[in-house]
Design a protein around this ligand. Structure first.
Ligand code: KIV
Length: 272
């Protein structure tokens, strides 16, 4: 009897994500920043992997996303892309690499795509970044938008609290979402806004809306370290923890230390 080769897992495309919205299939997205974790979550069936600039917080230990550089984002993205067979890999353009001009935004996107092999970029903001979004798209690079709480503007907001509770900010957010769709963005992240507003946006645009603290929309995104319980201090209401890896790792390391100190490790079978 001949063994049939396993069918290749088909890569998720921006087009497929839009079809998923069309048939009401929810989109699951998580962040990843390294080869080993990206391989696990890709095999587990994640649709989109975001190489988020949250790497600045969870990988580099910075207080905000602002310090991370384009070179550092490309380093993380390159490691992730090598691991991924199925998911669409989206990379954040970090703070300071697209705000100067649309030419700068294009150059940053091209570096990300060329050097890492990623499939799309994400950019924070609405009408302020319209020219950059159009310029990046003109080079054939898919763009994901990001509205609501945009962490790169944290010093303008002054706080990580829920955005767009005020009517004027909510109106601008809906206009920006429509604008990003018109420009050609393939999807939109909405972060930390009232659920009713996010649902309204998801109904008014045809592109998938992925929420984080934005209620039930076309898909969800979480920072992997948060949902796995690696980060302990960060406990916003929207975060569901699916594991307590901090305790698992602490327990394993404590046991290892004990075994080394007592010479219980290595045993006879673990020696050559
Ligand atoms: O950088 C990031 O992890 C993000 C998500 C929170 C959407 O932008």
């Amino acid at each position: 009897m001949s063994v049939q080769p396993k069918p290749e897992r088909k890569r998720i495309t921006t087009h497929q994500l839009q079809e998923m919205k069309g048939r009401g299939e929810k989109i699951a997205m998580l962040t990843a920043y390294d080869y080993s974790m990206a391989r696990i979550i890709d095999r587990a069936g994640i649709d989109i992997i975001l190489v988020g600039d949250s790497a600045s917080n969870v990988m580099a230990g910075n207080e905000t996303t602002l310090p991370i550089t384009l070179d550092q984002m490309i380093y993380h993205a390159t490691s992730v892309v090598k691991a991924v067979k199925r998911a669409l890999v989206v990379v954040d353009i970090p703070f300071g690499y697209y705000q100067g001009s649309s030419g700068e935004a294009l150059r940053s996107s091209i570096r990300i795509m060329k050097e890492s092999g990623a499939h799309a970029v994400k950019i924070e903001g609405g009408s302020e970044v319209k020219d950059s979004v159009l310029r990046i798209l003109s080079a054939g690079v898919p763009v994901m938008g990001h509205l609501g709480l945009t962490p790169q503007s944290i010093y303008k907001f002054g706080t990580y609290t829920v955005r767009a509770r005020e009517e004027s900010e909510a109106v601008k957010l809906v206009e920006d979402a429509k604008l990003l769709e018109e420009c050609g963005c393939f999807a939109l992240v909405l972060e930390k806004i009232p659920a009713a507003l996010a649902e309204k946006v998801a109904k008014q645009v045809r592109i998938p809306v992925i929420g984080i603290g934005a209620g039930s929309v076309d898909g969800q995104v979480l920072v992997m370290q948060d949902m796995l319980g690696i980060t302990q201090e960060f406990k916003p209401r929207f975060l569901r923890r699916y594991a307590d890896l901090s305790s698992v790792v602490t327990g394993a390391v404590q046991q290892y230390v004990k075994d080394v100190k007592s010479s219980a490790f290595p045993n006879e079978e673990e020696k050559y």
